[in-house]
Design a protein around this ligand. Structure first.
Ligand code: AP5
Length: 225
């Protein structure tokens, strides 16, 4: 079989159980999707799993929706149950986990479920987060993300309608950044630094999310190599 240079690179990367931490809009979803292709592992996005529950309209989704619309963390038991079920489905061979864990309790719960091999903290300034998310459009059909200056009309992937995400209003983005990220990140970084020390490996890496999608992708591959 002829492998593309991307998948050749992917096969050289050792870490396959990967967590992406970072503020809203840092590019976690965009990069996780690319890395998942590169490594041929599933992309597990906590936000996407929750939005799918909301769309299904069942009790779990109804409970989650209010928290998401207000830019608050969905309660621990609910999110651990949903992410844990997905992790159990994909098995332990590999995954890119995006948007989970977001606080210490979730990091501890994740350790009970599976041993992660690399944690990447994708950093982006608050100003750039607000700029990117005020310009974001998402496809109502498949969830693909766009920047409104670069893409107008319909989704390139499925032809669906492009809409604003209900939690991308500026006041909600500011709350997501401050409460879900800024207030939680130091405890999470401390947790993974200590875990790495206990295991004798550099578990945690920091990568800048500034620059083009391709520039960030290359930095991430270096951090995983
Ligand atoms: P979730 O959907 O996970 O939102 P988020 O973490 O706030 O992340 P985003 O999807 O907004 O941003 P991203 O970092 O993935 O960036 P993206 O690649 O999309 O969560 C939504 C809600 O669910 C939460 O608020 C919470 O209520 C709940 N929730 C989720 N997980 C939870 C948990 N673990 N516990 C409790 N509750 C939870 O990029 C953003 C934009 O920038 C896009 O338009 C993209 O095209 C663009 N872009 C990406 N990279 C670049 C680049 N390099 N240059 C320019 N533009 C770029």
């Amino acid at each position: 079989m002829v492998m593309s240079s991307a998948s050749q690179h992917g096969s050289e990367l050792k870490a396959r159980r990967i967590v992406l931490l970072g503020p809203p809009g840092a590019g976690k979803g965009t990069q996780a999707e690319l890395l998942a292709q590169e490594l041929a592992v599933p992309h597990i996005a906590a936000g996407d799993l929750l939005r799918a529950e909301v769309q299904r309209g069942g009790p779990l989704g109804q409970e989650a929706q209010g928290y998401m619309d207000r830019g608050e963390l969905v309660p621990h038991e609910l999110v651990v149950r949903i992410v844990g079920a997905r992790l159990a489905e994909v098995g332990r061979q590999g995954f890119i986990l995006d948007g989970f864990p977001r606080d210490l309790a979730q990091a501890e719960a994740l350790e009970q479920l599976v041993q992660v091999e690399r944690v990447i903290h994708l950093v982006l300034s608050r100003e750039e987060v607000i700029r990117r998310l005020s310009a974001r459009l998402v496809c109502a059909g498949c969830g693909q993300n766009y920047q409104h200056l670069l893409q107008e009309g319909r989704c390139q992937r499925c032809g669906g309608e492009l809409v604003r995400r209900s939690d991308d209003r500026p006041e909600v983005v500011a709350k997501r950044y401050d409460e879900q990220y800024n207030n939680q990140i130091e405890a999470l970084l401390h947790f993974y630094r200590e875990l790495g020390e206990r295991r004798g490996l550099a578990l945690l890496r920091t990568v800048s999310g500034e620059g083009s999608v391709e520039t960030v992708r290359r930095r991430l591959l270096e951090a995983l190599g």
